[in-house]
Every structure is written in structure tokens, then in C-alpha cells.
Write a protein that binds this ligand. Structure first.
Ligand code: G1P
Length: 281
């Protein structure tokens, strides 16, 4: 490693979680398959990755998640049935994704946290920088998608990049929170000096919260292997990224766009209304 200008090709989607906040809907359906309008959450994430030039999707699944694999595959019987009818174009977008991307899967057998999920993906990623998308953070933007913006930042700084947004101070307990110093006279690019996973507001260094988009350099895997369980007894990727930050190797990027927390009912409803109004407009 250490080579400059390694193009990022792969995007990791941790998708093994139970989605308990959406029970009973998520009893037999992966939460990543819940639709905002007619499209499952994970498809929005894959589209964002592809738009950023990443065409190799690596998905961490678990028990009960087979619908994700079936979604990114041909469905012969259905496609035969609707061939030549007015319904056929409804499959255009997903077919085009299947044509342009490869999908590979591995299972996380035990739920030991986001850091553990990402480490499980090492077998699909190997020794190259990669992106991570948490599909329940649904991001939208009129111009470049968030991941595309982050790839541009990565290409300039050649180190790990986390997406951040400011949240109300009383919400810090839901997020990884960073502290950092603005670099290069920018308004939106920070060199990270500290990161804390889900701090109480009184312990939060700032109100700048990490949202579910990361670019990670592959040394993260060795760091994760050594990372002890942290907040809530889980292996936290925030703790591993902090090790990189201590060497000056993490940028936090305040992205341009809007994020919906589709891991919560409120955020999911907001996203649904937003996309519905956009279609109507
Ligand atoms: C995870 C991360 C957290 C980050 C958040 C973004 O938490 O651990 O640092 O801020 O995603 O959505 P989760 O929401 O999975 O509990």
C-alpha cells in the first residue's frame, strides 16, 4: 500500500443489523429492503456508490437477509410476465444497476458492532481503500451525491474521510462525534483530532456528527482486529478511525446535501414525503 492515487472501486454495505425499531415490518424482511416510495433503501445507496464511480458492491448480510441478494439479481418469472407490458420500465433502474455493478456477499455471524461488521468485509475488500455506506442514512443532493463529493476529498488528501453534519447538541448521544481543525482555508474540511462514539451532550467535543458515509484506507482492518469493545460493548469503527486520526490521517467533510435518518420512523416518514413531493413536482 502507500501508493498514491489508488482509485476507489469498492463500496461496503453493512446490512446485517436487525432493524428492531421497525418491528414487526423487519421480522422477516431486511430493514435495508424497506422502500422509500418504490425503491428499497439499499438501492438508493448502491445508486449513490455507482454515481461516485464505484461499481463493486460488497454487502455484509446475516440470517434473514436473502431478499437483498434476490433484489440485485434477475427474477425470470416476473420479468417474463411483464415483458412488453406497461410495467416493464419499472424494472429499468434495477436492471441497469445489475448490468453495471458486481455484488458480493458475506455473512456476519454474530452482531458485535459496526466495526466488527466492517472487519467481516475484509475478505471482500482486500488491501485497497474503500467506501462504506450505511443504507439507513439516506442522502440526497441536487448535484454530486455525498459519496462522489467524498471521493473528491479523498483524492486530494489520500486518507480516511468521514461525512459529518451539525446536529442539535442534545442529539450527540446518537452519533459518532468529531473534533477537528479546518484545513486549507476551507469551510467544510476538517483534520480530525478527536472522535467519540455516542457521547452524552456534556461529554461531546462538538456537535459535528458522523453520518453513514466513510472512505477508509485498508489499514483500518488491522486496527479493527486490535480494537476492544467500546460503547455498548460493541466494536466501534469510530474507535478504530480515531487511531488513524491520532496520526493525522482522517478528514471530516461537511457534505453538501440532505440526510434522512431512515433508521428512525420520523426520518423515514420525512424521506418518504421528500421523495414523494419531488416526484410530484
Ligand atoms: C453508526 C456509527 C456512528 C454514526 C452513525 C451514523 O451508529 O456507530 O458513529 O454516527 O452510524 O448513522 P448507528 O446509527 O449504527 O448506531
Amino acid at each position: 500500500m502507500g501508493e498514491k492515487n489508488l482509485r476507489i472501486r469498492k463500496c461496503l454495505f453493512p446490512a446485517a443489523g436487525y432493524g428492531t425499531r421497525f418491528l414487526p415490518a423487519t421480522k422477516a424482511t431486511p430493514k435495508e429492503m424497506l422502500p422509500v416510495l418504490t425503491k428499497p433503501l439499499i438501492q438508493y445507496g448502491v445508486e449513490e456508490a455507482l454515481e461516485a464511480g464505484l461499481n463493486t458492491m460488497a454487502i455484509i448480510t446475516g440470517r434473514g437477509k436473502r431478499a437483498i441478494e434476490d433484489h440485485f439479481d434477475i427474477s425470470y418469472e416476473l420479468e417474463q410476465q411483464i415483458k412488453g407490458t406497461s410495467k416493464e420500465p419499472l424494472l429499468d433502474e434495477i436492471r441497469s444497476l445489475i448490468d453495471q455493478c458486481t455484488f458480493s456477499y458475506t455473512r456476519q455471524v454474530e452482531m458485535k458492532g459496526l466495526g466488527h461488521a466492517i472487519l467481516t468485509g475484509e475478505t471482500l475488500i482486500g488491501n485497497e481503500p474503500f467506501a462504506v455506506v450505511l443504507a439507513d442514512d439516506l442522502c440526497t443532493n441536487g448535484n454530486d451525491g455525498v459519496l462522489k463529493q467524498m471521493i473528491d476529498v479523498y483524492e486530494k488528501y489520500q486518507c480516511s474521510v468521514v461525512a459529518i453534519e451539525e446536529v442539535p447538541m442534545d442529539q450527540t448521544y446518537k452519533y459518532g462525534v468529531i473534533a477537528g481543525k479546518l484545513v486549507d482555508n476551507t469551510e467544510n474540511i476538517y483534520r480530525v483530532t478527536n472522535m467519540v462514539e455516542k457521547p452524552d451532550p456534556k461529554d461531546a467535543p462538538t456537535n459535528m456528527a458522523i453520518i453513514g458515509r466513510y472512505i477508509l484506507t485498508p489499514d483500518i482492518f488491522d486496527i479493527l482486529r486490535e480494537t476492544k469493545p467500546g460503547k455498548n460493548g460493541e466494536i466501534q469503527v469510530t474507535d478504530a478511525i480515531l487511531k488513524q486520526a491520532k496520526n493525522g490521517k482522517v478528514i471530516a467533510y461537511k457534505f453538501d446535501g440532505q440526510r434522512f435518518d431512515c433508521g428512525s420512523i420520523d426520518g423515514f416518514v420525512e424521506a418518504t414525503n421528500y421523495f414523494y413531493n419531488r416526484v410530484e413536482a
